[in-house]
Design a protein around this ligand. Structure first.
Ligand SMILES: Nc1ncnc2c1ncn2[C@@H]1O[C@H](COP(=O)(O)OP(=O)(O)OP(=O)(O)O)[C@@H](O)[C@H]1O
Length: 198
């Protein structure tokens, strides 16, 4: 089931068009890099793909069908700031369960410790918190993951561990990934192909 964005046009309110006639196809199991200068609309495009924004022009489909808005979205977005992505009043066990029953192998691959599940978000480091956001995004129903500067604020070792886990799971499940990053080396290393938003 491929993810397709066809003829997408978007602008905020009555502002100028950020992009128009934009197309993207990602196959299951494919890893695609999305690059472009700052402010060009990469994050906005990712938000459209994952259902947070409805484009005034064009459509997004999976397997040729529009995405149903009930339940967990099959296109999951993980962005740079994990502290903005979790409810500060929920302990981590509950945060994790938002993505469905956690996959123990995945938690292990991501280096999530059992003891962290009883902590509040504010009691974890940024890197520890981001591991939870990744685990939550990789629920059983996820077909495509969008990593929008997902590991940008992390040290090289944590970055490598998270990507190793994500790639491993993606390979097993034939999940597609879109990688948005300003780190050219990371994009080059991870992706089968790279497209530029312009
Ligand atoms: N809610 C909003 N209302 C109005 N304009 C917005 C809104 N969100 C983003 N923008 C504008 O849309 C443009 C594209 O932003 P976006 O975050 O998608 O770009 P980007 O390519 O991801 O940038 P970066 O690489 O710096 O993260 C920017 O000029 C931004 O100021």
């Amino acid at each position: 089931m491929r993810l397709e964005a066809k003829n997408i046009g978007f602008r905020y309110g009555n502002g100028p068009w950020l992009f128009q006639h934009t197309n993207l196809t990602v196959e299951p199991g494919e890893i695609v890099g999305l690059t472009g200068p700052s402010g060009r609309g990469k994050t906005t495009f990712c938000r459209i793909l994952s259902g947070y924004e409805k484009p005034p022009e064009g459509k997004v489909t999976i397997g040729g069908l529009p995405i149903i808005s009930k339940g967990m979205h099959p296109v999951q977005l993980v962005f740079q700031h994990p502290e903005k992505a979790v409810n500060p009043r929920w302990k981590m066990g509950k945060v994790l369960n938002e993505g469905g029953r956690p996959d123990l192998e995945l938690l292990d691959l991501l280096g999530i410790e059992q003891e962290w599940l009883t902590r509040w978000p504010g009691e974890l480091s940024g890197g520890e918190l981001q591991r939870f956001c990744v685990a939550r995004a990789l629920g059983a129903g996820t077909r495509f993951l969008i990593a929008d500067e997902m590991t940008t604020m992390l040290d090289a070792i944590t970055q490598a561990q998270i990507w190793h886990a994500v790639i491993e799971i993606a390979r097993k499940r034939e999940m597609g990934i879109i990688v948005v990053s300003h780190e050219a080396k990371l994009v080059e290393r991870l992706c089968h192909r790279v497209i530029e938003l312009h």
